[in-house]
Ligand binder design. Structure first.
Ligand SMILES: [Zn+2]
Length: 814
């Protein structure tokens, strides 16, 4: 699973009964007990009804008893599934005797006609009428012809435990089964599910029946069904079908986006030593999806297909989302976490692997660039809530998991790391695993007991905050480093008195590189103490730089005050992107230091990787003067759109004719949406008299994910501009965020903004009503929102809209 916003992490977690410390959780403690082994389910569905959000279902269950005298089967089945009958399997697929059953809340108990022995197989069929609380388990979506255009469709979302809301099953990850999904869908629709397509039949009544078979066992949260009018584009990887299912109007956008998939499958197969394990790989796009979900062999993805121009801005969709979900086919689907306390085994690896794909494509800078983004995200999450990766309900599983695995790879080296990963996948193939199973796999593959690594990085929280000083003694040719770890363990205890801990001293080997006129001195040191003095001998001339932790092998923060000349030297010489980023941060604070400014200008124009050039450009916002302006102007010709966008943003501070001309040209001619958006923001500053015209043009501009519209909206919000309310109101129909700005103006007392916004509450388009409700809830004062929602109730055109408004009112009261 990969939500676009990390705040949605709660989606993947199961209800929490009691908090405990991480190590106790990261084993089988949170695995559910069960007294049967689910072997196979045949799930047959028809009569999908979008008005009533209902369907008809029949599930044939095969399972094996795990205890003697097994006489009743406890299945998970949503309370809204109306169970009509349960029959024992008869001969030739016919129903056998009717079985007694009881269905209380989400539990279905089937009584067997006689108790069976441990190991015996039991077969029965459940017929039911399924009512869906729309959005739970299944999501029914109506067609909409305006942006975001979407056809009528439905999609499932099982993880964590929602699949039992549309078919009876065992809804916990510690059991695997094979399955079939057979769906009869309306004329012109396609049903996409897991495994291989075994049946595709047009029926006399115009409906279509498609049957899919998942022949290799997987866990039930990975059962997937999508029903929509879709076109299929085909690809292959070594004979395995690789298919892309998208809306007809998106078909031209699919191949440029998904065409990387076979190569990604190839790289992952090679790195892990486990060839792609499933019968197909389908990627299907759907509406209103939170990001992506790695349903086995049939990933579900949001329908945000980039247009050709969007590739200039490295779209998240291709950079992270596609390789993340694909990685889950190994990590999560082939080997699955045994319970939700170990979910980082799924998500940490899935978040780690895209960096390895990009490394395989572009080398170390591509790799480091990817993990620099992860580091940014990690620090933000850690600042909100510090938790270990291996813990129930951990909010720190994605970037922290990815960064820990990368650190492990740096520590072990490529060969031993991948040998351990291969061992993990091989030992738990088509099975489940816990956090300690991963450690055992590395022990088996490398002979190294990584107990210490697991203890400090996986079972405990936090990371080292280093405070370093360096001094050179010319008489002794000696550099002395004082290394302190300053992280503090302040995590609170939970109600049970247990709490997560932060190590007072992280242990790790690292390398220090000291530059001198006569060459570099490299010293390898073992950090083991909270305070440590390191002597590095053989430094006969004054250091020109001191690199603490060459190659950035430790997840950390660093305080290390150094002369500007050292930083400038390192910035030119150090290939490591994290180190460069750290130096740029140091230099950006030396606002009156001409040498710092010069070093940043050199990096902005000459660094060998765009990310460094971009960071240097951004840091130059702290400085001023014509050399900075000239550097920004020169950077407008950079080959990287990211650099040009940052330069365009920075130029907003330099109102002179040469600058205005360049920024206008970017706004007019640029291919990159990000650059145009940045140029728009700067033109509002550079040419305030023309701001209304620019804002209007921005609101009308088409761009991927509304990059330019959002820049205009930011401009309107910052200026508190109320001169284009009608245009804003129109934009609510076709863009995501205009409602928020309108709500912001309404909250600041603009009555017309409020009226226009409230009108959309009763829009005939559900997409628009949802947008406006989100804006209401997020931006308007509660009393004002309540008043408008109540007034909207009187104007609601039908019961559905009235019901939505009531739910929204109810939420506001909570
Ligand atoms: Zn994921």
């Amino acid at each position: 699973m990969r939500p676009r916003l990390m705040l949605l992490l709660a989606l993947v977690t199961a209800p929490l009964s009691a908090q405990s410390n991480a190590e106790r959780m990261a084993n089988d403690r949170y695995s559910r007990s069960h007294d049967y082994d689910l072997i196979h389910e045949r799930i047959v569905l028809d009569r999908f009804n979008w008005d009533s959000t209902t369907l008809r279902g029949r599930v044939s269950v095969t399972l094996r008893a795990l205890r003697p005298a097994f006489d009743s089967v406890v299945l998970d089945a949503g309370a809204l599934l109306e169970i009509g009958s349960v029959h024992a399997a008869g001969v030739n697929g016919r129903n056998g005797v009717a079985l007694a059953f009881s269905h209380v809340r989400d539990t279905l108990v089937v009584r067997l006609p006689r108790a069976v022995a441990l190991g015996d197989t039991v077969r029965f069929t459940i017929d039911y009428a399924g009512k869906i609380d729309n959005g739970r388990g299944l999501t029914f979506i109506e067609a909409d012809s305006l942006p975001p255009r979407r056809p009528r469709q439905l999609w499932s979302q099982g993880e964590g435990d929602n699949n039992h809301l549309w078919f009876p099953t065992y809804d916990f990850p510690n059991d695997r089964m094979t399955w079939e999904v057979e769906a009869t869908v309306p004329r012109g629709f396609t049903a996409v599910s897991n495994g291989r397509l075994a049946l595709d039949r047009l029926n006399r009544d115009g409906t279509r029946t498609m049957g899919w078979r998942q022949d290799k066992p997987a866990v039930s949260y990975l059962v997937s069904l999508i029903v929509a009018p879709l076109v299929k584009l085909t690809d292959r990887w070594k004979g395995v079908p690789v298919d892309y299912y998208v809306y007809g109007h998106d078909s031209a956008l699919a191949r440029p986006l998904f065409g990387v998939t076979p190569d990604m499958i190839d790289v992952y197969s090679r790195l892990t030593g486990v060839p792609y394990p499933w019968a197909q790989y389908a990627q299907t796009t759907v509406a209103d999806f939170f990001g992506g979900m790695e349903n086995v062999s049939a990933t579900t993805l949001v329908d945000w297909l980039p247009d050709p121009k969007a590739y200039a801005d490295r779209p998240w969709y291709q950079h992270i989302l596609i390789p993340h979900e694909l990685a889950h086919q190994w990590f999560g689907d082939y080997v699955t976490t045994a319970n939700w306390a170990n979910i980082w085994l799924n998500e940490g690896f899935a978040e780690f692997m895209p960096g390895q794909y990009w490394a395989a494509k572009g080398g170390r800078h591509f790799e480091e660039d990817y993990y620099l983004d992860e580091y940014d995200e990690f620090l933000q999450i850690d600042a909100r809530r510090r938790m270990p990766v291996a813990a129930l309900n951990s909010v720190n599983i994605y970037p922290r998991g990815a960064l820990i695995l990368r650190m492990l790879k740096q520590y072990l080296g490529e060969a031993r790391f991948w040998a351990g990963v291969h061992r993990y996948l091989a030992d738990h193939a088509l099975g489940v695993a816990t956090t300690d199973d991963l450690r055992q796999a590395f022990l088996a593959a490398t002979g190294e007991n990584l107990d210490w690594f697991w203890d400090q990085w996986i079972y405990q929280a936090g990371f080292p905050d280093f405070a370093v000083t360096a001094a050179w003694d010319s008489s002794l040719s000696l550099v002395t480093l004082n290394v302190r770890q300053t992280q503090v363990d302040t995590l609170p205890a939970d109600s049970a008195g247990l709490r997560f801990t932060v190590p007072s001293a992280f242990r790790m080997p690292l390398a220090v590189r000291i530059g001198t006129a006569g060459g570099d001195v490299i010293s390898r040191v073992d950090l083991t103490e909270r305070e440590q003095v390191i002597h590095i001998a053989g430094v006969p001339s004054a250091p020109t730089m001191v690199v603490f932790d060459e190659d950035n092998t430790i997840l950390k923060t660093l305080v290390f005050d150094q002369p500007t000349s050292w930083l400038a030297t390192q910035l030119e010489r150090d290939p490591t992107l994290w180190n460069r980023w750290w130096i740029i941060g140091q230099l950006s604070r030396r606002k009156t230091d001409a040498a710092a400014r010069a070093a940043l200008i050199t990096a902005a124009l000459d660094a060998d990787y765009f990310r460094t050039r971009q960071q240097a450009i951004q840091a130059l916002a702290e400085f001023s003067g014509s050399p900075v302006r000239d550097a920004l102007l020169a950077a407008m010709a950079d080959t990287s759109a990211a650099v040009r966008a940052s330069a365009a943003e920075g130029l907003g501070a330099y109102a002179d004719p040469a600058v205005i001309e360049v920024v206008r040209k970017a706004w007019r001619d640029e291919q990159s949406y990000a650059v145009r958006a940045a140029a728009l923001g700067s033109l509002l500053q550079l040419e305030p008299a023309s701001a209304p015209a620019y804002l209007e043009a921005g609101l009308r501009a088409r761009s991927y994910r509304d990059a330019i519209v959002d820049a205009a909206l930011r401009g309107i919000a910052q200026r508190g501009d109320t001169t284009m309310l009608d245009l804003l109101s129109g934009a609510v129909e076709t863009t995501e965020n205009a409602g928020f700005v309108l709500a912001g103006l309404a909250a600041r007392g603009n009555a017309r903004a409020l009226t226009l916004l409230a009108d959309h509450l009763v829009s005939p388009r559900i997409v628009v009503r949802r947008r406006v409700l989100r804006a209401f809830q997020a931006v308007l004062p509660a009393a004002l929102a309540r008043e408008q929602l109540t007034a909207g109730l009187a104007r609601a055109p039908d019961d559905a809209v009235r019901a939505e408004l009531r739910v929204a009112l109810e939420r506001l009261r909570q």
